[in-house]
Write a protein that binds this ligand. Sequence first.
Ligand code: GRF
Length: 209
Amino acid sequence: MLRVVVMVSGNGSNLQALIDNVHRNPKVDAEIVLVVCSKDGARALERAEDAGIPTSVVALDDPARREVRDARLNGVISRMEPDLIVMAGWMSIVTGVFLNRFPDMVINLHPSLLPSFPGLRAIEQALEWGVRLTGVTVHIAEEAVDGGPPVLQEPVPVRGDDTVDTLSARVHDAEHRVLTRAVVLYSEGRVRRDPADPRHMIINDEGGS
Ligand code: GRF
């Protein structure tokens, strides 16, 4: 059973997708053992509690001392002995103190086809640029924000009459699909670094679920 920790900051619709499609799906050999939230009172915490999943709030009390917060993250998360840590709308930059504690175990979700539009406002940036195609990326989290090799991506076409709201709705639908698929692939042992080229991941996506 893959032990998954999910890190969230706000609404938690991606957490909900994982609860519904992974945690509660008897065909998927994975369970969410902890939800860590960067903000007290976030809707994501209610979603976890409704599903009976333990929660922990680890806030950034002092932005000048991110490492202190990250050491607390390490303690809270390592106690759960996770196999995979999913940043699903975790909106706070983490340092090497955290990422180096869990090498290759942390994946992040981003609402664009990276390397286009890293950082905040990815959907707005896609509309401002007038790109015809945007999408979503699940990638290995590394110290560079929205860096790290992609695990899965899904394109989302941009329509001429799209607004931030209409495009966001389709991007979020794609996020829920791609993040679920990524965790299922991990649960089936189908994701690994390419030994010949460590900048790339090898995904064995043939057959299986
Ligand atoms: C998602 O768009 C994610 O890519 C971004 O924050 C959003 C979180 O949405 N980093 P939710 O909290 O899962 O509803």
